[in-house]
Design a protein around this ligand. Structure first.
Ligand code: 5GP
Length: 190
């Protein structure tokens, strides 16, 4: 490890649970059941956006009872900052063509909407049979560009959240709940 690498402190004591593990389990099960009904008898490809949506995807796909496949994309994220730049970069494209397929984008959270709006346009150019979006969290009041969301887990207020796949400086993705930082969470070393 280089000397410049600064490992942020693990401050789980400065987090407040916002959506519990049980609430997540229940809602993800509902979404899985609804998606299974809507795509019954049809082809389905889940496209997950790395890395934030992997925990949601892993749970959601086990509640989807119809045959489906998964593929991954990676876009540039905020890094260690907590505000969106509005600039989206594709870091990893899909492995498989999507022409003629029913694509369901699986997102962790929609904030300004820039990431999804860009991704949606990019995937539509490849002429899928259909393109829908499922997001676990929707920060609707922060929206700068309109994106049609077909399935929403929870609408949340304008606050930075971590856990259940969502990170701060690459940490906290493993928390089984969604949490909001309390006072002191973002402070430099004390
Ligand atoms: P948008 O382009 O909609 O502004 O941002 C979408 C992406 O920003 C999400 O996929 C996620 O990676 C990141 N993001 C937005 N809000 C939050 C948040 O509250 N917490 C975390 N950890 N990431 C967020």
């Amino acid at each position: 490890m280089s000397q410049e690498t600064v490992q942020p402190k693990w401050r789980v004591d400065k987090l407040e649970v916002f959506i519990t593990e049980e609430q997540l389990r229940q809602r993800v099960a509902e979404l899985g059941a609804q998606i299974s009904r809507d795509y019954e008898g049809q082809d389905l490809l889940l496209v997950a956006v790395l890395k934030g949506s992997v925990v949601f995807l892993a749970d959601l796909m086990r509640y989807i009872t119809i045959p489906h496949s998964v593929d991954f994309m990676a876009t540039s994220s905020y890094g260690a900052a907590t505000e969106s730049s509005g600039i989206v970069r594709i870091l990893k494209d899909l492995d498989m063509p999507i022409t003629g397929r029913n694509v369901l984008i699986v997102e962790d959270i929609v904030d300004t909407g820039h990431t999804l709006s860009y991704l949606r346009r990019l995937l539509l150019e490849r002429e899928p049979a259909s393109l829908r979006i499922v997001t676990l969290l929707d920060k609707r009041e922060r929206r700068e560009v309109d994106v049609p969301l077909d399935y929403v887990g929870f609408e949340i207020p304008n606050a930075f959240v971590v856990g259940y796949g969502l990170d701060f400086a690459e940490l906290y993705r493993n928390l089984p709940y969604i949490a909001i930082p309390k006072e002191g969470f973002f402070d430099d070393d004390d």
